[in-house]
Design a binder for this molecule. Sequence first.
Ligand SMILES: Nc1ncnc2c1ncn2[C@@H]1O[C@H](COP(=O)(O)OP(=O)(O)OP(=O)(O)O)[C@@H](O)[C@H]1O
Ligand SMILES: [Mg+2]
Length: 592
Amino acid sequence: MRSIQWRIVVIHVLLIVLAMVLISVYLLNRWQDYYLNLFEHDLELKGRLLRDQDLLNDSDLIEAAAVLGFDDEQGSNLVLLNKSMQAIVAYGPDIGIKPGSSLVENKPVGDLLSQPHEEGPFVGLYYQGGVEYLTMAIRAGGHVDGQDIGAIFLLQPLSGVYSILRDIQGTLLNATLLAVIVITILGLALARTITKPIVEITSQAEKLAAGDFDISVRVRSRDEIGRLAEVFNYLTKELRQSLNAMANEKGKLEAILEYMSNGVIAFDFDGRLMHINPKALELLSLPEEATTDEVLAKLKLGTANDILRLAPANLELEFDDTNNTVLRAYLAPVKSHSEQLSGVVVVLQDMTEQSKLDQMRRDFVANVSHELRTPLTTIKSYVETLLDGTLADQSLALRFLGVVNEESDRMARLVSDLLTLSTLDNLKGHQKQPIFLDELALDVANRLAVAAQQKELHFGISLPEEVPSVLANSDEIEQVLVNIVSNAIKFTPPGGEIMLTVDVDAQNVTTLVRDTGVGIPPEDLPRIFERFYRVDKARSRQMGGTGLGLAIAHQIIEGHGGRIWAESEPGQGTVIGFSLPLVGAREEAGND
Ligand SMILES: Nc1ncnc2c1ncn2[C@@H]1O[C@H](COP(=O)(O)OP(=O)(O)OP(=O)(O)O)[C@@H](O)[C@H]1O
Ligand SMILES: [Mg+2]
């Protein structure tokens, strides 16, 4: 009986049965009393009637007894007793009362005997042969069979009463059965009206638990169950909305994680990898389906438990890869509602560029101070010597002043180069206009031809028929050309050759300066565009170089969206080239 429906039915049935049993017991008792009373009265009446008959002879008595129902058919018995209460004669079916047998044992007879002044009738019960009789004794007179009659003793079987009572009992039982059946049917129907909405809500709740949120239950009534249905619908709606909101948030978060420029890795409390975003994979150079162990191995921070213990922390991680990657790792503990540690998030920031820049800045400051100090020291020492009396020796003084002048020029040049670089750093997107590189190259070649001649160098130039214009700042490109060509002159011994070439292809105009000079060792080649970088510091300085020429050229070309490079074979010569992107066709110059 697990369902509510059956429980309701059973309770109703039990109530009905209980009620019927109580009613039956009460009614049957009442009826039994009633019928017994009725029989008693009947018997009394008959007794009195018989007594009042003048029972003189047997024939009258037999007739009267038969009329009153004391015969085989009715089963009632009439016994005439003598004064000593012994049976004289019995009418009716034979129930074992023989003439002469004493009946004093029987209560009403005993009562008569013990109360000689009472007439009766006295009433009692008598059992004989499994039958219960209602008995009654009444004092009487007359004679029979030659004996004095002392009393009349009547026995009436109660089987009639009991059969009536049994009938009533049967009826009551039938009524109870009928009531039970009706109540069962009605109860089932009633219980159904209660349980059906509950069953419906339950089945919908099960669907809800299984993850289906597009459900609702019908509200059938305004009662408690109706309210339950309403609340259930409301809860479902709220749940659906919260889940949608959560999904949205999750989507947003995932998009943010996906596209953010920092790497994010999340571990749960058991040290399992929960999430790693693409940037983190890239920073750690891991494949997309990296496992927890692979990630931990890359991070080199120990086990996930160690990381959990470390958090919160701010660490710098260095990697010995080709890039010399430097990552900053922020370890942030993730706490649950109850402030319990539930995981850790590692945010990785790529600091490689930053740390390179820091290093470069430090180098730059060191270089600048060094470069300025050298000429300053020279100037100071010469001036001190002059002050110490060398001034008197005019020719020596003049020579010293010449050195001082040279060193001041050098300092001025250095400062002006630094200024150039700084302007280039600060001023992106300066004035550009279409320029023609062939014209510019010719210009520069003319300006530097004298210097080349003085060094006994062959200076050649090769230009194509037509060079399209490029969008550029003419002064800056000219400076690039001057820097590159003057290097070639400077680093090529007398008798060498310098060739200036301009080439055009679909996208670029490329300028190459080729010399047959000392060349650059391969290990220095990648660095010559760095500020202050010189292959042979001492020699270059001797030649008045500061190591900024190519750095300036590099800066300018980058600023124009072009490319500058160097190729060299030590002892054979060097090629420095740069290319600038073409924009549009060459505008027809009027006087070609
Ligand atoms: N054509 C070349 N042949 C050989 N070495 C070269 C050539 N051009 C540049 N270099 C090397 O590259 C270094 C950097 O050149 P860069 O022009 O920047 O400096 P610099 O010529 O020494 O000084 P600055 O140009 O500032 O007077 C030079 O010191 C030199 O060692
Ligand atoms: Mg130079």
